[in-house]
Structure formats: C-alpha cells, structure tokens
Design a protein around this ligand. Structure first.
Ligand code: COA
Length: 331
C-alpha cells in the first residue's frame, strides 16, 4: 500500500462584519492612513464587537462555512483542533465548545497555542494523526479574537491586529498530495519582545496592571520585525533546498500576514514573483492563528490540484517555521 499523506480537502473562513478602517484609527490614536498603509500594507481589519462572544464564535462560523461548502458530515469528524492565542476562557477548552456546537459530537478536541505560528504547528499535528492511519477526518481551525487583548490607545499594536477564523479539513491521501515536509522552530529568548505580561500564571491580573494596560499586548515592533524577516525567509529557503525545489516549482507562498514588508522580504529571498504571493493583509490585518486558513479560503478558487504551496509563519515566543504542501483538489 502506498504511503498515507495528509491532504487538505476543504476550507472555510469567517470574519466579523464590523470594519475598523485606518481612517477610524486616526480618530483613536496618533497615526494616519498613509503611515499604516506604507509601513504595514493594512487598510482595515475586522472586529468582533458583541459582548460575550469569544474566539469560539469565530471558530464555529468558519467551521460551519467549511461544512456547508464541502458537505462533510460533522459526525464523521474525529478530531477538532482549535489553534488560538486567545482562548475563550481559562481552564475550559475552546475546542470542546466549538466541536459540540458544530455537531462534531464523535470527535475529541484540544486547543493548540503557539502565538502566530499556532495554525502552522497545527498543520503538523493534524498531519501526524492522519499519517498514523488511525484518523480519517481532522478539522483544524485557526481562530483569534485579537481585539480582546489589544490596547486601542497603543498605536504600536492597535493598527496591526484584527479578528477572524479559518478552517481546513485534513484527510488521508495515497496519491502523493498533501503535506510533504516541515521545518518548525522556536526560541524562548524572544518572549520579552512580544507578550501580554499580566493575566497568565506568572503574573495574574491586578487592578494596577489593568490600569497600566499590562494585561494587553506589548511589542517591540522593530525587534519582532527583524526576527520575523530573517527567520521566515530562512525557513522558506531551507524547505526549498531540502526538497530540491526551485522558484519555478512553487505555485504559491502562503505567508503569515503580519506586515506586508515581512511577506515581501520572504518572497524576495526566495526570488518569487508577486503574483505567486497570497496576500489579504489589507482587508484583515494580522489575525494571528487565522491568517493562513483565511488566505486559503480567499484563494481557494485559484488553487489547482498538484500546486506546490510553501507556508511560512512567525510569532510570539518566538515561534516560526515553514511547511511544504501539495494541493489536493480543484474547486
Ligand atoms: C510595528 C511596525 C509596523 C512599526 O513599523 P516600523 O517601521 O518598525 O516603525 P518604527 O517602530 O521604527 O517607528 C518609526 C516611527 O513611526 C512612529 N510610529 C510608530 N507607530 C506609529 C503609528 N501607528 N502611526 C504613526 N507613527 C507611528 C514611531 O514612533 C517612530 O517615530 P520616531 O522615528 O519619531 O521615533 C513594525 O515594526 C512591525 O510590523 N513589526 C512587526 C510586528 C509584528 O509583526 N507583530 C506580530 C508578530 S507575528
């Protein structure tokens, strides 16, 4: 019997209706549309406004979109992974709530957290379950309600992040399509440059911390930028070299949408032309765990069976990596 590989067989996505534009941010912090556009490529982002709705709301909507489009029976899904840096609550799995609400009542589920690399790492984990031969349907959802941890008085962060979710279904493939290779890394010395310090187990929230916005995201943008540019390009080159791929073999670069300049730098390093680089940062900003599946959802109609996709991501921690995947279907 030929080798089992883990193929993506369906995608779905969801972003909230509320649009926060650069112009609107001009009225909130000392910034302007021109600065945000030239420094980041972002024009607007989506925000989940309604009280009491968390990341699971986004995850459920994206999964339901996938189910509606593909016709998969939720009862056949065996595992639901929610990749997220913003779980609904502490001590209660966001994935369990999500799985139950999409009708995946025969599945087990867990959350996976690796900041902006959560979805990329989730692809690796989902693939191992499929490749084992024991699991036939694994649903991987990347979802984040970043607005829940952003300080809308801090221009260094509030211009970047948005809310959203995307979902992919992994199934076994014996024709050579699906996940081919991965190169995943992390480096804990990067933690100080991007974090929400209070509200976790090291420093539970205090009224003083909240007053000083220390429960919300802080980043040293320049240092994160430099590390993201170097490391995303580095892993993309490594995955190409390891698989004897040249630029002309690559159909698409699917890169984490953190900053257009970071994505352009990665594409330049592997000498990839612009029309092979998936880009939707202008519409959504950085949606953390949702950027990669939202790209697949937006570009699904342009993807062809056999296309070689190079994924690359970088996030807090630091965490980063690259994945090489052969697309398995024509839509
Ligand atoms: C945040 C980021 C967009 C800032 O861009 P940058 O080119 O590095 O800008 P700098 O921080 O050097 O700031 C340049 C100037 O613009 C100012 N500035 C910063 N944010 C601004 C904003 N929103 N609007 C206007 N001016 C701003 C700075 O104060 C600085 O002014 P100064 O020179 O007078 O001190 C960029 O560093 C970045 O994208 N970093 C990575 C972020 C990221 O990807 N995080 C998630 C990881 S997955």
């Amino acid at each position: 019997m030929s080798k089992i590989s883990a193929a993506i067989t369906a995608v779905g996505g969801y972003v909230p209706d509320y649009v926060l534009t650069n112009k609107m941010l001009e009225g909130m912090v000392d910034t302007n549309d021109e600065w945000i556009t030239t420094r980041t490529g972002i024009k607007e982002r989506r925000i989940l406004k309604e009280d009491g709705k968390g990341t699971s709301y986004l995850a459920i909507k994206a999964a339901q979109n996938l189910i509606d489009k593909s016709g998969v029976n939720p009862k056949d899904i065996e595992l639901v992974i929610v990749a997220t840096a913003t779980p609904d609550m502490k001590a209660a799995s966001t994935s369990a709530y999500t799985a139950t609400h999409i009708g995946a009542t025969n599945a087990f589920s867990f959350d996976l957290e690796a900041a902006c690399s959560s979805f990329l790492y989730g692809m690796s984990v989902a693939a191992r379950y499929i490749e084992s031969g024991k699991y036939k349907k694994v649903l991987l959802i990347g979802a984040d309600k970043n607005s829940s941890m952003i300080n809308y008085e801090d221009r260094a962060t509030c211009i970047i992040f948005g809310d959203g979710a995307g979902a992919v279904l992994f199934e076994p493939n014996q024709e050579g399509f699906g996940l081919q290779d991965e190169y995943l890394r992390s480096d804990g010395s990067g933690r100080e440059f991007l974090q929400a310090t209070y509200g976790g187990s090291s420093y539970p929230s205090t009224p003083e911390a909240i007053k000083e916005h220390k429960h919300q995201v802080f980043q040293d943008g320049k240092t994160v930028f430099k590390n993201a540019v170097f490391n995303m390009a580095d892993v993309a080159v490594k995955i190409l070299d390891r698989n004897n791929l040249t630029t002309k073999d690559i159909s698409w670069l699917v890169a984490h949408q953190a900053n257009k300049r970071i994505i352009d730098a990665t594409a330049n390093r592997i000498e990839l032309q612009e029309d092979k680089v998936m880009m939707n940062i202008e519409k959504y900003g950085n949606t953390t765990s949702a950027t990669l599946p939202l790209l697949l959802n937006d570009y699904e109609s342009q993807l062809k069976k056999g296309d070689n996709l190079i994924f690359a991501a970088f996030g807090g921690g630091f965490t980063w990596g690259s994945i090489y995947l052969k697309w398995a279907y024509n839509s």
